[in-house]
Design a protein around this ligand. Sequence first.
Ligand SMILES: [Cu+2]
Length: 119
Amino acid sequence: MYTNAKPIKRAVLGSMAVASLSLLAAPAFAYTAGNNQSTQQEQAKGEKVANVSIKGMTCNVCENKVKEGVSKVKGVSDVKVSHEQGTAVVKYDPKKTSLPEIQKAIAASGFEVVSTKVN
Ligand SMILES: [Cu+2]
């Protein structure tokens, strides 16, 4: 009985592996396709990237405060904050927001903007 059941079990496991592989492959492809599309849209929209030097961040909690504050600004599409470097890299749409708005959000989260460079 047991020896008969073994090959069946293996076959079931095999088809399950194939099924889950195709499930994994499909969303991965969809994600890649969507990602490329949004990159093209961002370039078409004329987004800018601000590199902001920030004084006073000492840990991940500080980073998250800045990140949360800046993310709430309308027109900001991406925020990367490093307390080690004392920087925030903010991607934004200049038609929807402005540098002073972003700097205000950083100040409101409790930190001081030292300087800002826009690429
Ligand atoms: Cu901190």
